[in-house]
Design a protein around this ligand. Structure first.
Ligand SMILES: [Zn+2]
Length: 77
C-alpha cells in the first residue's frame, strides 16, 4: 500500500546553470561543478599563514566542453 507507480518526472527539476568560463547556459545534469574561491590570493597578503586562512569557496559550474578543456574531468563517455 502506498506505493505509487508511474508518475515519475523525467529529469525532475534541472535548472540550467551558467558556465563560469564561457557563460553558456547548460543543464545542471550536464554541468560539472567546480570550486571557485572568492579571488582572494593569500600569497598577496604578507605575513599570513595560508594554512590558517579559511578561503570561502563558491560553488560554480562549468559546461562539459570547458570542463574537458580545463581538465576538470577525466575522459568519461
Ligand atoms: Zn563553458
Amino acid at each position: 500500500m502506498g506505493k505509487k507507480w508511474g508518475h515519475y518526472k523525467a529529469g525532475g527539476r534541472s535548472q540550467p546553470v551558467t558556465c563560469v568560463y564561457c557563460g553558456r547556459r547548460t543543464p545542471r545534469i550536464k554541468a560539472v561543478s567546480v570550486k571557485k574561491h572568492s579571488g582572494i590570493d593569500t600569497r598577496t597578503i604578507p605575513g599570513v599563514d595560508r594554512r590558517l586562512v579559511f578561503l570561502p569557496q563558491m560553488k560554480a559550474y562549468a559546461c562539459i566542453s570547458c570542463a574537458k578543456h580545463r581538465k576538470l574531468i577525466g575522459k568519461k563517455d
